[in-house]
Design a protein around this ligand. Structure first.
Ligand code: BG6
Length: 509
């Protein structure tokens, strides 16, 4: 976040480092992490000597690991951004290595330490090391403790440095998040810990701060005087696919709300930070989380709409229900959809409801934030025959079709005073030529450069759990109120009723 210039600049190159990816055989490594590193390398954003060591329990050689990665990289990159350049891949592949080891074996970590030392010496890397935890969360504690025991954490040192990037989910409730923070901070200093949430790497999400704080017209109206309510929807058209085992223990509240939706809400609601530094930005986000009105367990059961998708059809294709998915128990009570109303109890947002909604197997993939402004007074136009008028809506399309639109009223040409809502629309594709880069690229580059602004701090993750845990607790005490919705619909009717009870409607429907 440190570059504030309006001129295009090349990002600062990280110092040479070795990256160790724990969970090297996993889907995340193949589909997201390595493709992002490869693309950074192709764009000359990484130092020439950078190297990656994949670490996991499976038996592989450097060569077989490279071949496996190349195959999945071809699939991943070719569907999104064109074909993989063979020459570039060959050059990059020679920087990838594999180390077999268990996550709970101090001996295997000692061997990893030796491998890192050898690579440092061969490649003239000064000892900087980025540990990336891309394993299932159950392995996080063992890995962190073994990194510490093998003296690979370099606590208190900045030259050479060591950092740890921890994937989500960070805990399953407030208590487990606190435990994991305690373990991580017993080995690393807080400024070495990078808790990743890929939503913060999305260009459209970073643009929320620019929209608000680089344009004087919005910020003055960004408060309860002018804003009626805010909606945040993260809709996915896919079901849980092959991730049923993980998802069934998680559900939408843990999987999407505690992290992605909370970040979006913070960026919309936060006060302007005093500087674009990791400390200042994250301080303001934490203040929003602490100002969220607690939804006590007893109210969660009645005020939060939770539902699970049943069989239906999406885009003309038949879609099976959640309970038919692999590794999902036939009597699962896990929610795949959730909608609720939140309040940020501070001066700026007093009386402004924030409606949040997320779900799988909805009609289309679309994440958007809409800011609904107050009605103009019911005089002049806002009464018959021209009115009632539609209030202004500012929509931030996080994905896909990334952009921002402002809905406003205009007079239809002609002798009568007819008024019509129109849209001013900015699209990333048209304005910047193409889709924004994958979130992981930006985040990996920031972690390698030591910029933690787009990562979640320990107090932030705990404050988010502090808000979400009572909701989960309330819902788990009353599993009878789990509703159903047909795959391909916008969720149960109760989600519409939730917002209609206040005289509003979902913007995306
Ligand atoms: C992940 C969740 O964090 O985010 C997934 O675990 C979800 O369940 C995904 O599908 C959504 O990410 P995106 O970038 O596709 O909106």
């Amino acid at each position: 976040m440190s570059e504030t210039t309006t001129e295009p600049t090349s990002p600062r190159l990280p110092e040479p480092f070795v990256m160790v990816v724990f969970g090297a055989s996993g889907d995340l490594t193949r589909r997201k992490i390595l493709p992002a590193i490869f693309q950074l390398w192709c764009r000359n954003h990484l130092p020439e000597s950078a190297a990656v060591i994949g670490y996991s329990r499976s038996d592989k050689t450097d060569e077989s690991f490279r071949t496996e990665l190349c195959d999945s990289m071809r699939d991943e990159l070719s569907c999104h951004r064109g074909l993989i350049d063979d020459e570039a891949w060959e050059a990059f592949a020679s920087r990838i290595f594999y180390q077999r080891g268990a996550y709970d074996s101090p001996d295997d970590f000692a061997a990893l330490g030796k491998r890192i030392e050898t690579l440092n010496a061969e490649r003239n890397v000064p000892g900087n090391c980025m540990h990336y935890l891309a394993t299932p969360p159950a392995a996080f504690a063992d890995i962190i403790e073994n990194i510490g025991a093998a003296s690979l954490a370099r606590r208190g040192q900045t030259d050479p440095w060591a950092r740890v990037v921890i994937e989500k989910p960070f805990g399953t409730d407030l208590r487990s998040a606190r435990d994991l923070n305690r373990i991580a901070r017993s080995v690393f200093d807080e400024d070495q810990i990078f808790r990743i949430d890929h939503y913060l790497g999305k260009e459209t999400v970073q643009n929320i701060m620019v929209l608000r704080f680089a344009n004087s017209i919005f910020e003055h109206a960004w408060c309860h005087d002018y804003i009626d309510h805010v909606q945040i929807t993260a809709a996915e058209s896919l079901g849980v696919g092959a991730r049923g085992g993980y998802y069934d223990r998680s559900g939408a509240l843990r999987d999407m709300v505690q992290n992605h939706l909370m970040h979006l809400l913070c960026l919309v609601a936060m006060e302007p930070p005093s500087a674009l530094t990791a400390v200042a930005v994250r301080d303001e986000k934490v203040k929003v989380l602490r100002a969220l009105r607690t939804i006590p367990p007893l109210c969660a059961a009645s005020g939060v709409v939770r539902a699970q998708y049943a069989a239906g059809s999406i885009d003309g294709r038949e879609a099976p229900g959640y309970r038919q998915a692999d590794s999902v128990p036939a009597d699962s009570r896990t929610e795949t959809f959730v909608a609720f109303k939140a309040h940020v109890d501070n001066w700026r947002w007093s009386g402004v409801p924030f409606y949040l909604r997320t779900g799988k197997c909805l009609p289309r993939r679309c994440t958007e934030i809409s800011i609904h402004f107050k009605d103009v007074p019911r005089v002049l136009f806002n009464r018959p025959p021209a009115g009632p008028l539609r209030p202004n809506v500012l929509t931030i399309r996080v994905q896909p079709d990334e952009g921002i639109a402002l809905e406003f009223q205009a007079k239809v040409p002609g002798p009568a005073m007819n008024i019509k809502p129109l849209e001013m629309d900015f699209g990333y594709h048209e304005s910047f030529g193409g889709a924004p880069p994958e979130a992981y690229q930006r985040l990996l580059l920031d972690a390698a450069r030591g910029d933690a602004t787009l990562f979640t701090r320990s107090d932030e993750v705990e404050a988010a759990w502090q808000f979400v845990s009572p909701i989960i607790e309330g819902c788990s005490q009353d599993t009878d109120n789990l509703l159903q919705y047909a795959a391909g619909s916008w969720g149960p009717k109760e989600a519409d009723e939730l917002i209609e009870a206040d005289g509003n409607q979902w913007h995306l429907r």
